[in-house]
Design a protein around this ligand. Sequence first.
Ligand SMILES: *Cc1c(COP(=O)(O)O)cnc(C)c1O
Length: 356
Amino acid sequence: MIIQKTSNSRIQNLDKDNISFGSTFIDHMLVCEYENGKWGEVRIMPYGSFSFSPAMMCLNYGQACFEGMKAYKDQKGQVFLFRPEKNFERINKSAKRLAMPEVTREMFVEGLKALVDIDRAWIPQGEGFSLYIRPLIFATEEALMARESNKYMFAIIASPAKAYYSAPVSVLISDYYSRAANGGIGFAKAAGNYAAAFYPTQLANEAGYEQIIWTDDATHGYFEESGTMNVFVRVEDTIYTPPVSERILDGITRDSFIELAKRRGMEVVVDKIPVQFVINAHKEGTLKEIWGVGTAVVSNRFKAMGYKGERLTLPLLSDEESYAENLKKELIGIQSNQQEDPFGWRVLVEEGVAHK
Ligand SMILES: *Cc1c(COP(=O)(O)O)cnc(C)c1O
């Protein structure tokens, strides 16, 4: 690993209480280039821009995927990653599906630890603060040929994030557009999956909804995901979530919520969720809450859902009554070392690890 430190730190500009998510970056980034069939040396260098050709293949053919994860600082200043092996496995699943080279554990996990260690001062301390980390792989060959690229870049960038209250959102149940299809790339964190979701989301916004509940492409009869999050439905005191599949991304927050709920003795059913089941539960008054989960906001409750021209209002439970809020609190407690970690999910970033 080559480490080239900046002589021009920007950290004095960091205003912890006025961070806008994803637009301030730490002093350094990690990069590694792939050429002639192999990855080169991992470099940690000052954060900055690259110059690329408009013929760069990722721009033309969309060969790009990424991860989203966080690092947390506890009250003593110790820094932790959360289940980084899961992100490592997932980026390689995405890479494989997009015909891109897989990255090594050394590049991903060890590189990540070194980068976070070097810029640990950028991780804000305090309840709910974190460092949002974005590893990505993209095709860099300059060639207008519709085939997989011969050159790639792996990069890790990171952005300090504050605790933000995510107000309950209204969602539109999709009866036409689909996020994913069997045989497609829905399980991969492909950049193009996001591009494909923006237009239907704009239409939902125009109809008065903030997000879309994606349903299965074949029948639009089953809940799949919510925006870019996995979805949970609570009817009475049972929690339902669909199984991950070719179309449903294997979210690490989803998996963590299931484990936490089970440990608390809550009833969790991992099975297909018919839209009609949710609509009926709403009619009968047994639908208690619906929420989405993902790394960025952890969980976000719904206040209303649109279905076939009707707007159905959901009850708003108090934070104490809400499973979504209770599980979120527990998960953040584990992530930020305020709570015991019975699952071994936290990974300490040792001080000075970058120089070992
Ligand atoms: C990233 C992502 C999620 C959430 O995954 P986490 O690992 O929990 O952050 C869910 N659905 C989609 C489509 C995603 O891209």
